[in-house]
Design a protein around this ligand. Structure first.
Ligand SMILES: [Zn+2]
Length: 255
């Protein structure tokens, strides 16, 4: 079975689909700098590929991806497009509302942009559930890789690091330039940790200042972590784990 993409379907096909299924997957990412070695679209590519592979396995339809996220902390490097969270909440809500009007009832959003998108996606999902009477789940690859990340030897979640880089090397190798990967690790934070695997994870994104983000971007080149530890082989294992988890989530929402 190939992935079922809304943008490639005709309306009678959507009607036929709705007669047998009410689930739909919405990939959400970002367009932001990902170091010198990964493309701007990394987060969106991650969400798209997971959505499409899960669609192949389940027959569940995928909407066009949301290419933009909230990325004020990556504006120091050129190319990043940051959209205000208020707009992103409204956009995702309107997408869900439109589809709900046609009869879709179960929405699986995939977040490729980690904690910073989660903040507004939770608000949009909660609002849609309350106002539209639909079910909206958020599938977050960073949280869903907790069980496997240590076994693969990945360090803490950073940015454009070995974890998302490995996935990209496996799925989009021609967009990756590992020769430009640079390791850089931030100093130990005393109180705030935003790594899902860290017992001290505070589940809290603490906004940085423009000055600080600019300084870190200049020193690091945009990657935080150990990109040199990335490989397509690890990416395959991580990716297959994520797809199987996503399929489980989708199957749980079956009519
Ligand atoms: Zn990313």
């Amino acid at each position: 079975m190939s992935a079922l993409l809304l943008q490639e379907m005709k309306w009678p096909e959507v009607k036929d689909y709705l007669a047998k299924d009410d689930r739909v997957i919405i990939p959400v990412g970002s367009t932001e700098q990902h170091g010198c070695w990964l493309p701007m679209g990394t987060d969106t590519f991650t969400a798209i590929s997971l959505a499409e592979d899960a669609s192949e396995k389940t027959g569940v339809m995928v909407t066009p991806p949301n290419w933009f996220g909230w990325s004020p902390h990556h504006m120091a490097l050129p190319g990043t497009i940051s959209i205000r969270p208020e707009i992103l909440i409204e956009l995702l809500y309107d997408e869900i509302e439109s589809l709900a009007k046609h009869g879709f009832k179960n929405f699986i959003t995939i977040n490729g942009h980690r904690i910073v998108n989660l903040i507004w996606m939770q608000i949009a999902a909660e609002r849609a559930q309350r106002k539209l009477g639909v079910k909206v789940v958020i599938f977050d690859p960073a949280y869903m890789q907790k069980e496997i990340a240590d076994k693969l030897g990945f360090g803490a979640i950073g940015h454009a690091e070995e974890s998302e880089g490995s996935e990209m090397m496996y799925k989009y190798s021609d967009l990756v330039d590992i020769s430009k990967a640079r390791d850089y690790v931030l100093g130990e934070a005393k109180l705030y940790h935003i790594d899902p695997r860290d017992r001290r994870d505070t589940l809290c994104y603490v906004p940085s200042t423009e000055e600080v983000t600019r300084k870190i971007a200049e020193i690091s080149g945009g990657s935080i972590g150990h990109p040199s530890q990335a490989s397509a082989e690890k990416g395959k294992k991580l990716y297959e784990h994520l797809v199987s988890r996503l399929v489980e989530v989708i199957e749980q929402l079956k009519k």
